[in-house]
Write a new protein. Structure first.
Length: 187
């Protein structure tokens, strides 16, 4: 029997055959339940262990007042992670959900306290809007808990269609977002 040639992979995102491009993605992580720092560290370690993902940098840890969360929700620890990836955006979202699940997050009401939340903020200049994924993240531009840590590690950062992080941060209330110099996520 003759061996068939290796098929080209048709990439659902780019509709190009063969290799997928390397894109830089910005990921927001947050936790307001349990051992919050440990959850954030676990999320970053899990991203580092993901094939086709290269963690480029991670921000400081910020303690942040809950935004749009139910009355009585505790403060979050938040951070932002920059990665390079060749994964498709939907595979990356699946990975984000798997990491949330690995840390015991229960999917209950929107905004409910969560052990770990992993959001895709931007993935290169990809735009998506389907039943599972919106890119750029539709609320990132108004969230100080995303913009401040992102600005720290990527002063040139930009949200396609919204503007530069350095400008957007001037339009949001940053009072509830405090850098915790005593906490650190290790790479
Ligand atoms: N850019 C994105 N990043 C992460 N999830 C997204 C994104 N766009 C759409 N979603 C979808 O949103 C759904 C709900 O996500 P999740 O439970 O994390 O929301 P939330 O954290 O309560 O609120 P928010 O979306 O405002 O951060 C997910 O199942 C996911 O399919
Ligand atoms: N401070 C803060 N508030 C939030 C956060 C978060 O990560 N930090 N995540 C939310 C839903 O993703 C809703 N509100």
């Amino acid at each position: 029997m003759t061996e068939s040639p290796t098929p080209y992979v048709l990439d659902a995102d780019t509709m190009t055959g063969g290799m997928r491009p390397i894109r830089q993605a910005v990921i927001s992580i947050g936790s307001n339940l349990g051992d919050r720092l440990n959850r954030l560290q676990g999320a970053v370690s899990a991203l580092e262990d993901t094939p086709e993902v290269q963690v480029v940098s991670v921000s400081s840890v910020y303690e942040t007042q809950p935004v749009g969360a139910p009355e009585g929700s505790g403060p979050f620890l938040n951070a932002v992670v920059l990665i390079d990836t060749t994964l498709t955006v939907h595979t990356l979202l699946d990975r984000a959900h798997a990491i949330e699940d690995a840390f015991g997050r229960e999917r209950s009401e929107p905004g409910a306290p969560r052990t770990l939340d992993v959001d895709l903020v931007v993935v290169g200049d990809r735009v998506a809007d389907d039943e599972t994924l919106t890119l750029p993240h539709p609320r990132a531009h108004e969230r100080a808990f995303v913009l401040l840590p992102w600005l720290e590690i990527d002063p040139e950062g930009e949200i396609p269609g919204q503007g530069f992080v350095a400008d957007l941060v001037g339009d949001v209330d940053t009072t509830g977002v405090v850098r915790r110099e005593d906490l650190e996520i290790l790479l």
